[in-house]
Design a protein around this ligand. Sequence first.
Ligand code: ADP
Length: 302
Amino acid sequence: DVVVIGDANIDLVVAGCNEMPEPGQEVLVNDMTLHVGGGAALFSLALAKLGMKLAFNGVLGEDGFGQFIRERFLQSGIDTRYIRSSSKYNTGISIAINPEKDRSFITYTGTNAELSLLQLDMDSVVLGRHVHLTGYRGSRNHEEYVDMARKLKRLGLTTSLDVGWDDTGEWYKGIFELMREVDIFFMNEVEARRYTGCATTERSLQELSRHGRHVVLKLGEAGAMASVGGRMSYRSAFEVDVVDTTGAGDSFNAGYVYGFLNGYRTEQCLLLANACGALSVSRFGGSTGVGDRAAVERFIRE
Ligand code: ADP
């Protein structure tokens, strides 16, 4: 039903690191765990848990980490046929230090740098009815994305996109043009304020809605807002103890897209998405929190 195009990497999560090592120094920590990471990969795992059929389209290294990610995908029922292997780089790795607060990262882009929308075999993209795209280091050429979104629209598929954080400024050039081409556009509030230059979240959503018909803003512990055809909706977040915020936005996106593809009203999409985001932050690892459809329903009722 769904094809996901984007990044996958290994997340090494280091908790309880009270001081960063100085050159030549060693710091011992009590806890270090290994997880699948990367926006597109986390989105895929959460969406598959909810029960959606999907294929992942990305690039992994010919190494143990690539194998680890493939196995996790297969265990989750994700179609891995279209994953490309590359021997040029190793699988990407992101080391997240103190995931619960003031997170620091050390990131190696790895094979994600080889993912190019221009080189994708369209046969592997048009398998389903919806395509979800993520921005990632290595490709922030908005023209590639605009081109892909237009192609998919002509073929009758719907699209969603989360460009993610951009510290290079590359996306600024074409973000509004890109918004016009995709069906659902996801952002968090920090990104929204930066991209629009507006001081408040409400103003930035108003500004974004002049360009995109369906825009969803993630507000962290405050929940989420959406503007669909100019109509605004808001839903507050669930109250949970935060353990690890990695992947909250991607799990949220999965819940929202699940609702959208199942014909839910916007308020219901936001409710399901907030539940997936809350479940994600309440567990270590970006992909471990979100349960199956029944578990998420139970969480919402409790
Ligand atoms: P991103 O991970 O993209 O920065 P956010 O931090 O806004 O996005 O989180 C995405 C979603 O996850 C939020 O919209 C909300 O539904 C949920 N979420 C995030 N932090 C919390 C929290 N502390 N408590 C409850 N839900 C949260």
